[in-house]
Design a protein around this ligand. Structure first.
Ligand code: ADP
Length: 302
């Protein structure tokens, strides 16, 4: 079983011809409401990619949340440990997008910060059945640390997508088995500038030296590579017409977790994850764009 522990968000998106100045009202915007949150995106991506997925998350009480839960169930995700927090809204993201793709973005974590270590203890029955645990960083730091401690004690591998990059107790980094990072996150964790693949490799080497078993760095349209103690495996990105790269990293992580759980060799797992991510950028939206297993297999056989 793949256990994803992380955020659930409601994304409210306005597209407009220019972003407002302070105090300005921009009229004639287009509105879209989609479901996001890195945790939820990765759970959905993993489930569609063929994984047996349980999702551990905290949601709130608001008009959008019932549909959010229905969506998880439609993707056959085990939601027994999606906690319904009382008197608070689910996480929300307010996103304004201008015509150049420039944006304003603010996130209210809402119920996501109610996913405390105590909640994790309540979810132990499913955690203990995990073949792999997948996390991101939109939930409290003490929760992440608690999950890492519990998993280490039980020899359950942890895949951590350290996103978004923000302050963390770095003594916990070496306790992570698989770290998945984009260039910004790799630079943040390694304490250096990462502008290209060479820099990214230096950052990965630093993290491996600290004790991380596998570091995967995604490089957008340049592909991705995985570094371990004794090897580097690189995969180019598949050439597709990119429409919306939101959640490309989330789809990559979800699909990689599935490949890993199925025991694919690393090169195949990276190729599988890249194919899923490439397919996701050809569609709008975070969760709606995650491809199914059938779509991924067909794409790989082209
Ligand atoms: P994030 O969304 O976390 O910043 P990246 O932008 O690095 O992550 O993308 C993650 C993965 O998605 C890449 O390694 C690649 O496999 C795939 N991907 C991203 N952008 C494209 C693109 N334009 N074309 C094809 N694949 C892409």
């Amino acid at each position: 079983k793949i256990v994803v522990i992380g955020s659930s968000n409601v994304d409210l998106i306005m597209k407009m011809d220019h972003l407002p100045e302070k105090g300005e009202t921009v009229t004639d915007a287009d509105f879209f409401q989609v479901y996001g949150g890195k945790g939820a995106n990765q759970a959905v991506a993993a489930a569609r990619a063929g994984g047996n997925v349980a999702f551990v998350s905290s949601v709130g009480e608001d008009a959008y949340t019932p549909q959010m839960l229905k969506n998880y169930k439609n993707d056959s995700i085990d939601t027994r440990f999606v906690f319904k927090e009382v008197g608070i809204a689910s996480g929300h993201a307010l996103i304004m997008i201008g015509d150049q793709g420039d944006n304003y973005l603010s996130v209210a974590p809402g119920a996501n910060y109610n996913l405390t270590p105590e909640r994790i203890d309540e979810a132990l029955p499913v955690l203990e059945k995990a073949g792999i645990i997948v996390m991101q960083y939109e939930i409290p730091e003490e929760t992440i640390k608690h999950v890492i401690d519990l998993s280490n004690a039980r020899n359950i591998p942890v895949l951590m997508n350290f996103a978004p990059a923000r302050q963390f107790d770095f003594s916990y980094i070496p306790k992570i088995d698989i770290l998945v990072l984009n260039e910004v996150e790799a630079g943040f964790l390694a304490g250096m500038q990462v502008k290209n693949e060479q820099d990214a490799e230096k950052a990965a080497v630093k993290l491996i030296e600290q004790g991380v078993v596998k570091v995967i760095i995604t490089l957008g349209a340049q592909g991705a590579f995985m570094l371990t103690n004794d090897q580097k495996i690189a995969v180019p990105a598949f050439k597709v017409d990119a429409v919306d790269t939101t959640a490309a990293g989330d789809t990559f992580c979800g699909a990689f977790a599935v490949a890993n759980a199925e025991g694919m060799i690393p090169a195949d797992a990276l190729r599988f994850a890249s194919a899923a991510a490439a397919l996701s950028v050809t569609q709008m939206g975070a969760q709606p764009s995650a491809p199914t297993r059938t779509e991924i297999d067909k794409f790989l056989k082209r």
